[in-house]
Design a protein around this ligand. Structure first.
Ligand SMILES: *Cc1c(COP(=O)(O)O)cnc(C)c1O
Length: 388
């Protein structure tokens, strides 16, 4: 392991925490029963474990256990939320609002609905990546059935004002969905205080296993109707059929429980590491921070770099640090991400960009090593460019 690059790509995925793995293991071989089997102990014990996991997850977002619908992850939860609402509410209206910086798992279902005749408004964001609430207010109509705005962005880490958006939607009886894949366990989430009706979650961004997530579906004030997108045995109150994946569900709940108990201290630690990285990188000329400077995930740093080729930078960084990098340079095929494009800074789009995702297992020593290597790589690429 020691000669592998330092992992700073925690927005893509995270390793499973050892404590999470330990909680999951008995459910593969020993407690393997189907939680829907009601005639014997094998079913009863896993049903009890799933019930407990559901309670932990519900408590984490101030919901009730019946409002948690397990899915394979946030992609499926987003699809169920958006297509499920569209199908259930189209007699009331066919207008849906979202924002330009959403994950493809929100944008693509919306674009699909457009082909079916739904009217989709994709709002631009401000230069700092935040939604313009005045623009949102102007876009809300009598036939708007759904507003979908993410909690935390997966590229620039920006945190959207959920409570304000939720309040505006509630006043007008419009359903509010938020993709909280990057937010769960990392920032406080409260479906009551924030007036959230649907919330997508996933385990693997918060040191849980891949292949498990959930959709929170509000049951009271108002009761949200959803057309199921997967039919079968009627699991999850008919909204998502399929045998429950007990080990993953137990791991998901354990991961969220750990993240919540460590949230405050961990956010302080990650903020320090991020500041440590930024204070070193920003000593170079021509380095720009993308996204709001403080209203963002503690572990996120996204920068644009003048005067280097994105692909060359990616190659130079690879042996030492695993990050996500991109560029709009015409010499490479890597297009600028739709998120950076939405920030509306045309000159920045010609720059290379790096997304750092700092996480639970990163140390200050690693950050210093990465900073040193990134600075050396950038300087050497700039020198080469100036010689051509
Ligand atoms: C990772 C991610 C998803 C997809 O989640 P999966 O569980 O991998 O399907 C959706 N939205 C956001 C914001 C994400 O970061």
């Amino acid at each position: 392991m020691s000669n592998r690059p330092i992992y700073l790509d925690c927005h893509a995925t995270t390793p499973v925490d050892e404590r999470v793995l330990a909680a999951m293991l008995p459910y593969f071989t020993e407690k393997f029963g189907n939680p829907a089997s009601i005639s014997h102990i094998y079913g009863w014990e896993t049903e009890a474990s799933v019930r407990q996991a559901r309670e932990i997850l519900a408590t984490a977002i101030n919901a009730t256990p019946e409002e948690i619908v397990f899915t394979s992850g946030a992609t499926e939860a987003n699809n169920l939320a958006i297509k499920g609402v569209a199908e259930a509410y189209f007699p009331k209206g066919q207008h849906i609002i979202t924002i330009a910086t959403e994950h493809h798992a929100v944008l693509d279902p919306c674009n699909y609905l457009k082909t079916l005749g739904f009217d989709i408004t994709i709002l631009p964001v401000k230069a700092d990546g935040l939604i313009d609430l005045t623009e949102l207010e102007k876009a809300l109509r009598d036939d708007t059935i759904l507003v979908s705005v993410m909690a935390a962005n997966n590229e620039i880490g920006v945190l959207q004002p959920l409570a304000e958006i939720g309040g505006m939607c509630r006043d007008r009886h419009i359903i509010f969905h938020t993709d909280a894949a990057q937010a769960i366990g990392k920032i406080p989430l409260d479906v009551e205080a924030m007036n959230i009706d649907l919330m997508s979650l996933t385990a693997h961004k918060v040191y849980g296993p891949k292949g498990i997530g959930a959709l929170y579906v509000r049951r009271r004030n108002p009761r949200v109707q959803l057309a199921p997108q997967q039919h079968g045995g009627g699991h999850e109150r008919g909204m998502r059929s399929g045998t429950l994946y007990t080990p993953q569900i137990v791991g998901f709940a354990k991961a969220v429980e750990i993240a919540l108990s460590e949230q405050t201290t961990e956010n302080q630690r990650l903020t320090q590491l991020r500041e440590r990285l930024w204070s070193q990188l920003s000593q170079l000329e021509g380095i720009h921070l993308n996204g709001h400077p403080s209203q963002r995930l503690a572990g996120n740093l996204n920068i644009s770099i003048e005067g280097v080729d994105g692909a060359a930078l990616g190659l130079g960084l690879q042996p030492v640090v695993a990050v996500s990098s991109g560029s709009a340079c015409s010499s490479t095929k890597t297009a600028p991400s739709h998120v950076l494009s939405a920030l509306g800074s045309p000159e920045k789009l010609a720059y290379a960009s790096i997304r750092f995702g700092i996480g639970r297992f990163n140390t200050a020593e690693e950050i210093d090593l990465v900073a040193k290597h990134a600075i050396a790589t950038i300087q050497s690429l700039r020198k080469q460019a100036s010689l051509v």
